[in-house]
Design a protein around this ligand. Sequence first.
Ligand code: 4AD
Length: 551
Amino acid sequence: MSVYVNEKTGADVAETAGTEQQPFQTAAFALFVKPEAKLFTYKQLEESEEFGYVEISSSALKKAKKGAEGIKKKQEKAAKMEEEQKKKQEEASKKLAELDLITIEEDKSLPEAKKIKLRKVQENIGTRVLVQGWVHRLRLQKGLAFVTLRDGTGFIQCILTGDLAKCRATNELTLESTVAIRGVINKLPDGKSAPGGVELKVDYYEVIGLAPSGDEAFTNKVQENADPSLLLDQRHLTLRGETLSAVIKVRAVLLNAIRKAYAEEELVEVTPPCMVQTQVEGGSTLFKMDYYGEEAYLTQSSQLYLETCLPALGDVFCVQESFRAEKSHTRRHLSEYTHVEAELGFIDFDDLLSHIERIITKTVKYVVEDPVAGPLLKQLNPNFVAPSLPFKRMEYIHALDWLNEHGITNEEGEKFKFGDDIAEAAERKMTDIIGLPILLIRFPVAIKSFYMKKCADDERVTESVDVLMPNVGEITGGSMRIDDLDELLAAFKREGLDEKAYYWFIDQRKYGTCAHGGYGLGTERILAWLCDRFTVRDCSLFPRFTGRCKP
Ligand code: 4AD
């Protein structure tokens, strides 16, 4: 039988006749459909301009036979796969049909379940409880299902057996679904391990909100090693992870601890405004805003407001958001951070330094001793050693010598000289090598803020302090304040600040001035040090920095 092939006009479909009018496209396909055929291909005729059908050459025929063999194998494979797929689907629907037959019901004869949060697990061993939360981990085995439940206060491993493991809901359960689980908490036998050394033997459970599977599954949204900016886009979901949630829990305890330390030192908590019309730490980092047609800013620091409280309330502190339009992309700068600030009256510089180191050591002690934060801290930073009093004190001028002796250079790559700023990298190198908290004191007037008091024995430097911690560097900045009216007015002039906007601050020097000082502590920075995080971004719920204001 003659069969015709035309690469240009032919078609490789089984229905093609293979005639001159209805040729195949390839010789391989023609042979696959009609193995016994004699093939003719359409080509330019020898020694002619004309085109026509000629019998296929033996080499082309050989190639076509190979091609036909390949097509046959491919089709057989596809048919086999289709068959397997069909079988699988049949099995799955059979299984689902069987699962549908398995209904789970609560056994009403059991004692009523006591509703608890997972933080109370240890106090309820042997009790039938109701726990509600999110599926943190999930493992299905033959006839058994293991669900690690998370409710924000803790984790528990739940064991589902029998019909509970076989039913449809369990087989369709997904990570991050919410469930309400009833069962008895048992101590784990020796040799087995699970969070808290206990497991929950489930007797009944319900799915409250089923999380998506497939493309939208939680594990596809939050992949552990994904690009940090992709993870930040999904911050609302990454928060559920064990590390980030641990840091945020330590943060909560830290803020309580610091309040406890302040209560012991008898400081009063106040809440200054966030929307202001004055600057504290220089115009370059101000966030401007339109306040009913007037220019206003998001506060850089509550310091000036705290100073106004001294005559009314005595020593005060606040826990308030501060805002800095930092262009720098460093690991320790945020655009919004939680600023713990304090102001104390009738003190001298030494009182201020002792107060700061006392507050920090007390706060850390309370965090380490806390039943929730203590173990989390161990997990996050196993080598953490709480600092002891007194902190190492180091004058700026001696720090320059130390840096020069250790071959650490200034920003220009040269030896440090008086008046140089000790930039982040150099400061951290020094702190890391020394490996202890440092009170770095007496910075030059020119590199510090306008309100800082000059040292009586050296007018070139101020009664100022930065607290430096290994791995992070500066966590606290503070100073004694200029308490003389004329000196303060001169400082305003020097800095080109409009006195009028600061009338309320200047009044503090008019209506009964006093020696006073204070400091600001960056919550995210102290956390980065405590929890051994590389960046302060890992210590904030929804970090704000250059280019990131969402979610
Ligand atoms: O050294 P700063 O700028 O000092 C003040 O604002 C003073 N007015 C505080 C006062 O005396 N009441 O900031 C104080 C601390 C720093 O040591 C640092 O821990 C933190 O605030 N901080 C930042 N934290 C994160 N991101 C930023 N952009 C920060 N800027 C300062």
